[in-house]
Design a protein around this ligand. Structure first.
Ligand SMILES: [Mn+2]
Length: 426
């Protein structure tokens, strides 16, 4: 079984229940491993949400769950994710929470299998030794680990490629590389902690299964590279993605391909997220009615007999509003949400722009001065005192602004306003 990104201890939205949700999700994964009697479990990083601020109860719960695996005789192999790192970690001592769990025999900690001197065989973790560069949880299967390496990810993987080529004589039946890294093309950003599929090509002949963690959405490539996704939902931005979970992998080295991979989605707390654009709504009452209709529709989708957790409700107000967006009463929307869906928590974020504000998709191609002019015009236009003589007022405002920025005096500003009045009264 392959899982990643449990993020134990994540008190999302400051809500204690959310912390337990992440605990429940991890326990679900552990129970699956036991029920399916898997040979071993891979934890591909970010077991904890915050290694630098880990609470005793979170560590204790992790121990309790890992003991369930231990009692079932299922080895657990883990690498460190970026979230697992402790606050104080002197270079080369590398003692973190995953080490602490290894020291007390709760799991096998796989250190980076790369920074080895040429010609030195990898250190094999075995029963007496709970740390190493690789482990062989069952005969014929070898697992290498490479934790989170940030900007050095590419270099570390290149070195690993050289290293594993050097040891090509000693080839197990099935080889797994477990790593905590992102993959290019899976999010909009191309960060230095990513790998690219082309960069991994050299490992293809020697690695049968790449077990990743780090990105919280589920994805796979070429029946070779697998990322299970976070167990619970860590960000509302990922609410539209297929839910993360675990991979249960069945290996038959005589077959082609050598494995069959099933993804099981983790049962999560329901998350209801909806953005309402104020661009086509005429006032708060119309908005409330629309939100209520939506909520009633969502409630109709739920089976009242289902034993699911109360949902998290998240409502965002977006777009350039036709009315003053400050007139929307967020508390009223929260009350509507509570009345209809009985959520665990209801979040309303009002990100709508006031009337006349520049539409942001046009902004990219405008000069700063044109943009300032458009924004000011939009603001002044809707005001009864300034709308009559829009061009004069817009120009006067820009001049006053320039005077302010160029350390103009009060007299300078009076002059500008005087001239503007003279121009307007003709
Ligand atoms: Mn993570």
């Amino acid at each position: 079984m392959h899982m990643a990104d449990a993020h134990l201890g994540f008190r999302q939205y400051g809500h204690t229940e959310r912390e337990w949700d992440f605990d429940d999700a991890f326990r679900w994964a552990i129970d699956q491993a036991v029920a399916k009697q898997v040979d071993f479990v891979l934890l591909a990083g970010d077991l904890f949400q915050s290694g630098s601020n880990l609470q005793a109860i979170t560590f204790n719960n992790a121990v309790t769950h890992l003991e369930v695996l231990q009692d079932a005789g299922i080895p657990c192999l883990a690498i460190e994710g970026n979230h697992d790192l402790p606050r104080y970690r002197a270079y080369r001592t590398r003692f973190g929470w995953v080490n602490a769990l290894a020291e007390t025999n709760r799991l096998v900690y796989l250190l980076d299998a790369t920074p080895l001197d040429a010609g030195v065989a990898p250190l094999l973790a075995c029963d007496g030794h709970r740390m190493g560069h690789c482990a062989e949880p069952i005969p014929g299967v070898r697992v290498y680990g490479i934790g989170f390496n940030g900007a050095a990810t590419r270099t570390v993987l290149e070195r690993f490629e050289g290293f594993i080529a050097e040891h090509s004589g000693d080839k197990p039946d099935y080889t797994i590389l477990m790593s905590h890294a992102g993959v290019d093309g899976r999010t909009r950003e191309r960060t230095s902690s990513n790998v690219s599929m082309s960069g991994l090509r050299g490992l293809r002949s020697r690695i049968d299964y790449v077990a990743l963690g780090h990105y919280h959405m589920k994805f796979d490539e070429g029946n070779w590279l697998f990322n299970p996704g976070s167990l619970e939902l860590t960000s509302q931005d990922l609410a539209h993605e297929e839910a993360g979970g675990i991979y249960v992998v069945t290996v038959d080295t005589d077959a082609d391909p050598k494995h069959r991979v099933d993804h099981l989605a983790c049962p999560r707390r329901p998350f209801v997220h909806k953005a309402f654009s104020l661009a086509r709504i005429h006032g708060p009452e119309e908005l409330y009615a629309e939100i209520e209709d939506f909520l009633i529709g969502e409630r109709a989708k739920c089976d009242p007999d289902d034993d699911v957790k109360q949902p998290i409700l998240s409502i965002a107000l977006v777009g350039t509003s036709r009315f003053e967006p400050g007139l929307v009463d967020a508390h009223h929307i929260e009350e509507l949400g509570r009345g209809v869906l009985n959520p665990l928590l209801c979040r309303v974020s009002n990100r709508a722009l006031p009337p006349g504000t520049a539409a942001f998709d046009e902004v990219e191609h405008m000069s700063r001065r044109d943009l300032e002019e458009q924004v000011l015009e939009g603001l002044l236009e809707s005001h009864p005192d300034f709308g009559q003589d829009l061009t004069h007022w817009t120009n006067a405002t820009l001049e006053v602004m320039d005077a302010g920025l160029n350390e103009g005096t009060g007299d300078d500003i009076c002059d500008i306003l005087g001239q503007t009045r003279a121009a307007m009264t003709g």
